[in-house]
Design a protein around this ligand. Structure first.
Ligand code: SAM
Length: 385
């Protein structure tokens, strides 16, 4: 286990209590202070003569709360002494690793969340990047090392430098720890995916969404189109659990390459048929595939949230008459993002011959920006007869 250059001894504040009061102290922590983390679990509790020394966390404000909570019940002293770190202590968060390693004002700015994709972590320094400090690179390196020490399977840390952009929905990444090898293996809902974090779109943040959609009730031999499949996480998870035939499209040749590999590497009940093309081409009257799939599809997944609305014509062209299911992802402004999403769809379905017969489900999947959310609408579309 990497120790971040920390020796196994460090100057620590202890609360010094008589042996016979130790149990009462621990009880007070539970009852009066609702088990808040006042004790530094990394450091060993010391026993010296008639006293027990409990190591305190670095947070002075919290220690003040602790003192306030117990001073009427116990005699104690706060002393500073050498603490010995626990062997094999498992750090629970990067903050815990970095306490004492980074200045307190910097600790407040370190990332609170990050994405782990197999051996790769992608981290965004949105708050840290706002400061003008000559040590910025050093702070980022420390965060990267902390990420590695908390997440044992991780070998490379990338900093996210841009939002996803362009037709292929890619983000700029810069390696800040480990080898610059963007290919990784990622397990999700019992499926295995190989992907390249620089050249394909992938987010682990849709894990529950993919589980939810792939666990919906599919008819036997249901035909599905996954319009914007990426490396295939929706398609492959659906085919893993259902005897469905899924046509999976992506315009990015790199995503297609991994999609093919992922289809080969996963055992599936159903079938995934991969196509490397722009789905708009299906509307071309000369498209053999377009003519073949026209009004044959029971269910369509549209996961290109910023632009799905511009591909509704393709969905209407493919959807089986008289009705089919649409899983529609879009970014919508707050407040009332779902109401706005439904209005947007109704407006764009006008004159298509199709309408929303039933809203099977609607929800905010995750916040997208301060002003908007990613939402999903599961809809039954019906053709006017
Ligand atoms: C937001 S990603 C979704 C990937 C995948 N559904 C997932 O959950 O990981 C959108 C994908 O659509 C692809 N894409 C964008 N425009 C397209 C188009 N016109 N036709 C087919 N694929 C397209 C991009 O290359 C990208 O991989």
């Amino acid at each position: 286990m990497m120790q971040m250059g920390k020796s196994n001894k460090e100057q620590t504040q202890f609360i010094k209590i008589k042996q016979e009061s130790a149990e009462k102290f621990l009880k007070l922590l539970k009852t009066k202070l609702s088990n808040e983390p006042f004790l530094d679990r990394r450091i060993k509790v010391k026993h010296e003569g008639a006293y027990v020394f409990f190591p305190l966390i670095y947070d002075i404000e919290k220690v003040k709360v602790l003192i306030g909570g117990i001073s009427n019940h116990l005699n104690f002293d706060i002393v500073s002494a050498e603490g010995i770190t626990e062997d094999n202590y498992k750090y629970r968060s990067i903050e815990e690793v970095l306490v004492g390693e980074l200045p307190e004002n910097i600790l407040e700015l370190i990332p609170k969340s990050y994405d782990i994709i197999g051996k790769i972590v992608i981290v965004e320094f949105d708050q840290l990047n706002t400061i003008n400090d000559k040590n910025l690179v050093f702070y980022k390196k420390k965060v990267a090392e902390a990420l590695i020490s908390v997440n044992k399977s991780v070998e490379t840390v990338y900093e996210k430098l841009s939002e996803v952009k362009g037709k292929y929905r890619l983000k700029e990444l810069k390696v800040i720890y480990g080898d610059d090898n963007p290919e990784t293996l990622y397990k999700e809902n019992e499926c295995l995916f190989k992907l390249d974090v620089k050249n394909t779109y992938f987010t682990p943040r849709l894990v529950f969404e993919r589980k939810r959609v792939s666990s919906s009730s599919f008819k036997k031999q249901e035909t599905v189109v996954d319009m914007f499949t990426g490396v295939g996480p929706f398609s492959i998870q659906i085919a893993k659990n259902n005897n469905a035939k899924i046509y999976a499209f992506d315009v990015n040749p790199s995503a297609y390459k991994y999609l093919i590999e992922n289809i080969e590497n996963n055992k599936m009940k159903g079938e995934v048929i991969a196509h490397n093309m722009d789905v708009k081409e299906l509307l071309n009257p000369d498209s053999k595939l377009g003519n073949y799939l026209k009004h044959k599809i029971d269910r369509i997944i549209m996961n290109l949230p910023e632009q799905s609305i511009n591909f509704l014509d393709v969905a209407c062209f493919l959807m089986k008459k008289p009705s089919g299911i649409l899983h529609f992802y879009q970014f919508c402004e707050k407040p009332n993002p779902i109401k706005k999403g439904i209005e947007n769809l109704n407006t764009n379905l006008k004159d298509s011959g199709w309408y929303i017969e039933e809203i099977l489900n609607s929800k905010v999947v995750k916040p997208f920006s301060p002003n908007s959310d990613l939402i999903v609408l599961d809809l039954k579309l019906k053709f006017f007869t």
